[in-house]
Design a protein around this ligand. Structure first.
Ligand SMILES: [Zn+2]
Length: 633
């Protein structure tokens, strides 16, 4: 588009107006849009919206947000928008949906009309998949993601549209949000006028059972709190030890980045078995949702240990600094997601580090997790032989929603976990090149530091990243990164682990973290032995292409009924694998496939196998160095 215009030697001013016209964005100030969201019927799974939008007579296009920031996909829940009605001066105005874009509504504003009344409902889905578009309301709580409850006029950037939002809550419910409150009258809350991008980036959690936990470290000038909403009073009982660990987390980020870029920070943590479970980053808050008893069950609180560190890191990596192509000016413009190996991959790397540095995990748990990550990429994992890391990022918009079956061959959103290995290798290269004087921590202070001007966005490109890395340690970073991003191999990329003085080995001892994960998910992981991931009832979640079970004819969605003639339970399979080490008999699995039974036989005698990290003798222990807390606590 820019090349076509430049051929006509148009003066700069005209060129500018043309570009603005083509983008359809107008920067002039408009009167604010009034948005009233009525969540008083949240327990009944329905949220009402009433908007007053300043308009001019003539054709008008209104959008429902489509590309949701942080979800990296066009997954705005348009299906749940119902009861849409427009009126002005007491008269209904007809509308039409765009034939090509389901998120666009067209109407003709009559002469003499200067403000448009918009009413619709958002009906809450029951499905617990689909991130913020999944179930978000229960009898006792609700999370309001504003993008679900508003329309906005075409032709403006989200930064230039000003909203005046109000929210009505069920009687007696408390709430938490990063939005500054202008006025509160009982259950009606009026927020200060706010730009649309800040509004959409600032969800509200609310509930009958609600507790605010202060996690501001001593001496820290910026306020941090965890806002807990739960389906029961008992679930809110966070221990003082856990509160201390999360306070440590805040202190550790201050040391790691050397700067913050928000006014205050709210961890919005929702505890319910009836909402979607995920974490979604925002600049001054995060929307994290886990099982009801995640805080009071010791195993579950360890398992969720890395969730809040990951989402918190996004305030710097993802919100303050964001790849340019992941920062479109409004929500209908598609995102290019190829840089997610930094946006998500580096966040995952730093999130795990902070989980250990803050005490939420021990160094041993960190290493157990790192071994499990490495093992998911090889040896004997086929996905990396055809789909390079970069394509998992480019394909994020459908890989997030892909089924579990065949993940080992299709690949999933591997830019998270393979990103951990990649950034660990970047850290070890920095260590080698600077003879131990610098680490990725120095990169973090350089790239994410600077003054705190509130929630600002500073975009970057691949080249900006390479330039910043070069300032920490001169190296051919572009070549290094391209090789890691574009290469294919049946082997896991272990340069970071080996460069940190460790290697991956396989033994019959199951890591405690994996056992915890199996108990939480009612599953059994035999992917490193016969190559099966199973549910506790025998249903095959994935069958690793190249491994014995796949070769014997077992695929995802089949069901293991019996092991060597005995009814399947996880324990029966474990014992059979153990007995197989000293037996000459093959392993026989009776499998149900689309109503037919078949016996799958494999000559496997390796027993159960699980990955672990062990020290490489003679190498300095770089993991030990990077896991040490930076703050005193
Ligand atoms: Zn993330």
């Amino acid at each position: 588009m820019a090349m076509m215009i430049s051929r006509y030697r148009i003066c700069l001013a005209l060129l500018f107006s043309l570009v603005v016209g083509i983008l359809g964005l107008q920067a002039q100030t408009r009167p604010p849009i009034t948005l009233e969201v009525d969540a008083t019927q949240a327990p009944q799974q329905i949220i009402h919206t009433h908007m007053v939008i300043p308009v001019s007579p003539g054709p008008l296009a209104l959008y429902y947000p489509k590309w949701i920031p942080g979800e990296h996909a066009p997954d705005g829940p348009i299906t749940n928008l119902v009861g849409l009605k427009f009126s002005a001066n007491g008269k209904m105005i007809p509308w039409q949906r765009d034939l090509l874009d389901m998120f666009t509504f067209h109407l003709d504003v009559p002469q003499g009309v200067s403000s448009l009344d918009v009413r619709f409902d958002y009906v809450e889905p029951a499905e617990t998949s689909g991130f913020s578009a999944g179930a978000s309301a229960t009898d006792k709580l609700v999370v309001i993601s504003w993008n679900q409850n508003l329309l906005y006029p075409a032709g403006h950037s989200a930064q230039d549209l000003i909203f005046k939002p109000t929210l009505k809550l069920p009687e007696g419910w408390k709430f938490g949000t990063a939005l500054p409150v202008a006025h509160q009258d009982g259950d009606a809350v009026e927020f200060k006028p706010v730009s649309m991008n800040r509004l959409v980036d600032s969800p509200v959690s609310s509930g009958e059972y609600y507790r605010v936990v202060d996690v501001t470290p001593p001496g820290e000038p910026i306020h941090h709190e965890i806002d807990l909403a739960a389906d029961s009073e008992a679930a809110l009982d966070m221990s003082p030890e856990l509160q201390q660990d999360y306070t440590n987390l805040v202190a550790e980020t201050g040391k790691l980045f050397g700067s913050r870029h928000y006014r205050d920070y709210h961890f919005l943590l929702t505890l319910s078995d009836h909402v979607a479970h995920f974490g979604l980053e925002h600049h001054e808050s995060d929307d994290s949702r886990v099982g009801e008893f995640s805080l009071i069950d010791a195993q579950q609180s360890v398992y969720m240990g890395m969730l809040l560190p990951h989402e918190f890191v996004h305030s710097w990596n993802g919100k303050f600094r964001r790849p340019k192509d992941l920062s479109p000016p409004y929500y209908e413009q598609p995102m290019k997601t190829d840089m997610l190996w930094t946006y998500e991959g580096l966040t995952e790397y730093l999130g795990y580090l902070l989980t250990a540095r803050s005490g939420l995990w021990t160094p041993e748990q960190y290493r157990e997790n790192l071994a499990l990550i490495a093992a998911r990429f090889g040896p004997g994992r086929p996905g990396r032989t055809w789909r390079p890391l970069l394509d998992t990022a480019t394909s994020a918009q459908f890989l997030y929603f892909a089924p579990d079956g065949w993940t080992n061959w299709r690949r999933g959103v591997d830019f998270y976990d393979e990103g951990v290995l990649l950034w660990l290798e970047v850290n070890s290269v920095i260590d080698q090149q600077t003879h131990g004087k610098k680490s990725l921590d120095d990169f973090c202070r350089l790239f994410y530091g600077g003054p705190n001007d509130g929630p600002q966005l500073k975009t970057y490109t691949f080249q900006d990243l390479v330039d910043a890395l070069n300032k920490i340690a001169p190296y051919d970073w572009a070549d290094f990164l391209h090789k890691r991003l574009d290469g294919t191999s049946p082997e896991a990329p272990l340069g970071g682990i080996e460069g940190s003085g460790w290697e991956v080995i396989y033994t019959s001892v199951e890591p405690a973290l994996l056992r915890t994960s199996e108990e939480i998910h009612d599953s059994l992981d035999e992917s490193y032995s016969i190559g099966l991931l199973l549910k506790d009832d025998g249903t095959v979640e994935d069958s690793i292409v190249t491994k014995p079970a796949y070769k014997a004819g077992i695929s995802p969605e089949m069901k293991v009924i019996a092991v060597n003639g005995r009814q399947f339970t996880p324990q029966v399979l474990r014992l059979a694998l153990k007995a197989g080490i000293t037996s000459k008999e093959p392993l026989r699995l009776l499998v149900l496939n689309d109503g037919y039974y078949k016996t799958c036989t494999m000559d496997y005698h390796g027993g159960e196998l699980f990955p672990h990290l062990v020290r490489e003798s003679g190498q300095p222990d770089l993991l030990d160095q990077i896991l040490k807390p930076l703050a005193t606590h």
